[in-house]
Design a protein around this ligand. Structure first.
Ligand code: FES
Length: 82
């Protein structure tokens, strides 16, 4: 299961959310997508806080975790991630 990653975000700062899933932490782009068709998703933090960013890439709450990874586990759908 791909749990969310807690990241300290600063209000007004621009971040690049990893959409390929290959970055080291799985949530912030580190350039690992190069050579693929994926591009990072830019977002600006609206508040300074520790936030849980989505790593399963199935959240309906943008870059933020909405708990969908846990729903997938309860339905035993993790084989779809491999
Ligand atoms: S490393 Fe995944 S989008 Fe850049």
């Amino acid at each position: 299961m791909k749990h969310p990653v807690r990241v300290k975000l600063e209000a007004g700062e621009k971040y690049l959310f990893c959409t390929c899933g290959n970055s080291d932490d799985g949530v912030l782009c580190d350039g690992s997508h190069k050579g693929s068709t994926f591009v990072p998703r830019e977002f600006i933090a609206t508040r300074t806080a520790e936030s849980y960013l989505c790593r399963c890439k199935k959240s309906y709450n943008g870059v933020y975790c909405d708990g969908n990874h846990a729903k997938r586990e309860s339905l035993k759908l993790d084989f779809l991630d491999s």
